[in-house]
Ligand binder design. Sequence first.
Ligand code: LLP
Length: 425
Amino acid sequence: MQSDRLPGHPHIAYVGDELFVEKTALSTLAQQYGTPLFVYSRASMLAALATYQQGFAGRQVQICYAMKANSTLAVIQLFAKAGCGFDVVSQGEMQRVLAAGGLASRIIFSGVGKTRAEMHAALKAGVGCFNVESEAELVALNEVALSLGRQAPVSIRVNPNVDPQTHPYISTGLKGNKFGIAHERVVQTYQRAAALPGLSVLGIDCHIGSQITQESPYLEAMDRMLDLVEAIEAAGVPLHHIDMGGGLGIDYNGETPPEAAGLWRKLLEKLDARGFGERALMIEPGRSLVGNAGVCVTEVLYLKPGEQKNFCIVDAAMNDLPRPAMYQAFHQIVPVKPRATNAETWEVVGPICESGDWIGHDRVVSVAQGDLLAVLSAGAYCMSMASNYNTRNRAAEVLVDGSQADLIRARESYSDQMRLERLLT
Ligand code: LLP
């Protein structure tokens, strides 16, 4: 049968007259598990990982999946089995990695506001490295490590002051951001860290932003990082690894981000040219591993044509798909079973009581009440950012492998939502 792949989504295609993820029809999954429903392609996640692995062939590199992009246990398990480590930003994320069978020694613990309780738990678990973001945090970590009679492995997150040319909410490596240690203070911060008995200095890291679609910010950041490595080592602090963070973008709406393998070939050339070819590397990709592996299937509840706008009200909302409301983000919306009738222009909106609850503006599609739509590029920063606003149950998730589909998260129930609450006595 004719298969019509969606550009940028190699494992999502129209087969005959309906949309499939790998060899599984989305309509069948929606019937079985209800909507809204997140559906992920295993092959797509592994293919995205493979492009990084190809770029790094023969090098000493640890790929640490930034699990904030999608922290569902089975997704973590898949990447752990494929050899990944994990970038975590809370004790909760660390617990998820351990529950999914990931190795503590391959965890990097990032984040600007780790509590002492989190440091304590991570040291006991034996995480591979703490990415420290301030001098005050170094002091706290040193104290917690000494109280346990240990040394904490640390890397210092530096702020390379590079413009990632992305949305202001997701650029992190500029001077005005809360992240990392300012360029000018880096060497003295390393000297201070090296002198603290509870710390063992391992590396240096940066993360310049997210949904980066150009090569140049990475090349620039690598140059600045290598300048810093030279200065830090000249000041007497040897570094074992360089962690370049994550941030590579995906195709949401025709963007053409560099391919991981090609980008890394260029970055590795730079390392070689500057004499750092043997240095251990780490990276922390999130979105680029899972973003285009996922769709959110939603049912059209009502059509409400109007004088100014036509509203297409669907059963997914900003609590399931927060990116449009938060970042004015664009996600493609396509019919699961396209209709032959004329397309009209719709505001695709959810049922939540806020005008900000929109999923797509001015979408040209032919729809009828009861149809299923698929919101694309929903594998990253959707379910992991989902909420219960309006006391809506969080959606179910399915992982597809060919024609096999596994329910990896059951739909939440109202009793799940109310479990921790108590009435006044
Ligand atoms: N490492 C660190 C230290 C990070 O802060 C992040 C993302 C990553 C790695 C992974 O970045 P990625 O490869 O996924 O771009 N919710 C926003 C994105 C926030 C990203 C935060 N940090 C969105 O939906 O666009």
